[in-house]
Design a protein around this ligand. Structure first.
Ligand code: SF4
Length: 173
């Protein structure tokens, strides 16, 4: 152990110093901070989200997962994802609604307590996207459920998703 400690003392810190944030990065960071502050002011306490993948390619889910990382820190804002629709205030739906998921999506919506919000996330959820409407898919989420807010993008970035969630909450305050 002494050998290791001596080596640490001799070598010192060898990692590079962090670089200065570029202008677009700084702008992005400021925008995210502003959205977070607005959400905190509006929510006050907490917002629980149930996510349903109604038939997406999983691209939108990757961006939604990124919302949970320390950079966006949505748990620090009082926003949580729930496994049960009975605990949820907001339903976040991705993908076109495949015919196999139509009933499950309706049941999830019905199980949520009022007042409930629905956000369609991604081009597929907004208007069918690359999948459109056909024998296997109902297309846009609004063909199945009342949608409060649509969030375009393929996929929408976490910051854009946060903006959509903020818009949905603003509709109810
Ligand atoms: S909007 Fe794009 S990323 Fe999201 S499910 Fe559709 S194709 Fe995939």
């Amino acid at each position: 152990m002494w050998k290791t400690l001596r080596q640490i003392a001799r070598v010192g810190r060898i990692s590079e110093a962090p670089t200065e944030a570029s202008a677009p990065q700084a702008q992005h960071s400021a925008e995210t901070s502003r959205i977070q502050a607005d959400l905190l002011r509006l929510l006050g306490r907490a917002l629980v989200i149930r996510v349903v993948d109604a038939g997406s390619c999983n691209g939108c889910e990757l961006e939604i997962n990124a919302l949970s990382n320390p950079y966006y820190n949505i748990e620090g804002l009082g926003i949580q994802f729930a496994a049960s629709p009975r605990h949820a205030d907001l339903l976040l739906v991705t993908g076109p609604v495949s015919r196999h998921m139509e009933l499950a999506l309706r049941r999830t919506f019905d199980a949520m307590p009022d007042p409930k919000l629905v956000v369609a996330a991604g081009d597929c959820a907004c208007h069918g996207g690359v999948f459109g409407e056909g024998y296997a898919t109902c297309g846009r989420v609004s063909a199945v459920l009342p949608v409060d807010v649509t969030v375009p993008g393929c996929p929408p970035s976490p910051a854009v998703l946060l903006q959509g969630i903020l818009r949905a909450v603003q509709r109810r305050v």
